[in-house]
Design a protein around this ligand. Structure first.
Ligand SMILES: [Zn+2]
Length: 269
């Protein structure tokens, strides 16, 4: 039986956490979930329901994304992370995520200990892009939603420099070559510096819900740390992709459960 991860966090000098798709906004708070739908219903805004019912297509999907991102950016607090945050209080930790949402910034985690290299949805960028510049998304999101509520028409915002459409500054399979990294580079610097400090420290590594979407981001680097740092220990949690290689035997353990359930499991006894 897996020793409670909370106890393992307590005993560690440093705690490194990787958060993957099982804990993404789209999995925890799906687009068609009551949370999002009721948010708009209570505001008497009809657009979101219209969009959910509308036929899929690039334009409709864009507008639905705009509404959904608006919800994520303005929500008070992300669900599911409370116990983890509590366990990390006072600890020397860092969290990295491969998700493209701002969920972790809506928890009690410290902002300067979370890095989201695939973007958060907080910024727009030119779709080309014609320059290395990102723009806060929320004001534009509000304009787009107001316009759709009034007219029922899909709209875009344009890059002030070249006139091409704005897109969300997130890294997806489609945007790999156009994604601007300006939004996270400063935090990335902090993260890599923090990692250097883990050498010879008792590090607990908790990998939550990461499949093989971006394994080079932290999945493989985590394995490397565990392989070389004799005092480190890895817990890999995933409903299906929980396996660990032979070379990490005795240094890693796995939990074959969905990370959402893992985070909210109650103590048995
Ligand atoms: Zn442009």
């Amino acid at each position: 039986m897996l020793q409670r991860y909370v106890d393992q966090i307590k005993e560690a000098d440093m705690v490194l956490i990787g958060i993957g798709r099982e804990l993404s906004a789209k999995n925890l708070i799906p687009m068609d979930s009551d949370e999002v739908r009721n948010y708009y219903k209570e505001k008497d805004m009809k657009g979101y329901e219209q969009l959910l019912a509308a036929e899929e297509g690039p334009e409709r999907d864009w507008m639905l994304e705009v509404y959904y991102r608006n919800y994520l950016l303005t929500m008070e607090k992300a669900p599911y992370f409370d116990e983890l945050c509590k366990a990390l209080e006072g600890k020397n930790y860092f969290v990295i995520t491969s998700n493209q949402d701002n969920l972790l910034y809506k928890t009690d985690l410290k902002e300067d200990r979370v890095v989201a290299p695939c973007g958060t949805g907080e910024f727009f960028q030119c779709e080309k892009p014609c320059e290395h510049r990102i723009y806060p998304a929320l004001p534009g999101i509000r304009d787009l939603i107001d316009y759709y509520e009034k007219t029922g028409e899909y709209e875009h915002l344009q890059c002030p420099k070249c006139g091409r459409n704005f897109v969300f500054n997130i890294r997806t399979n489609e945007t790999v070559s156009s994604y601007l990294e300006e939004g996270y580079l400063q935090m990335w610097g902090k993260y890599t510096k923090w990692l250097q400090g883990t050498i010879n420290k008792k590090v607990l590594i908790l990998e939550l819900g990461e499949g093989f979407e971006v394994p080079s981001l932290f999945k493989w680097p985590f394995e490397k740390i565990v392989f070389y740092n004799k005092k480190s220990h890895l817990i890999r949690v995933h409903e299906h992709l929980y396996q660990i290689g032979e070379e990490l035997r005795g240094k890693a353990e796995t939990a074959a459960v969905n990370s959402k359930d893992f985070l909210t499991m109650k103590e048995e006894n």
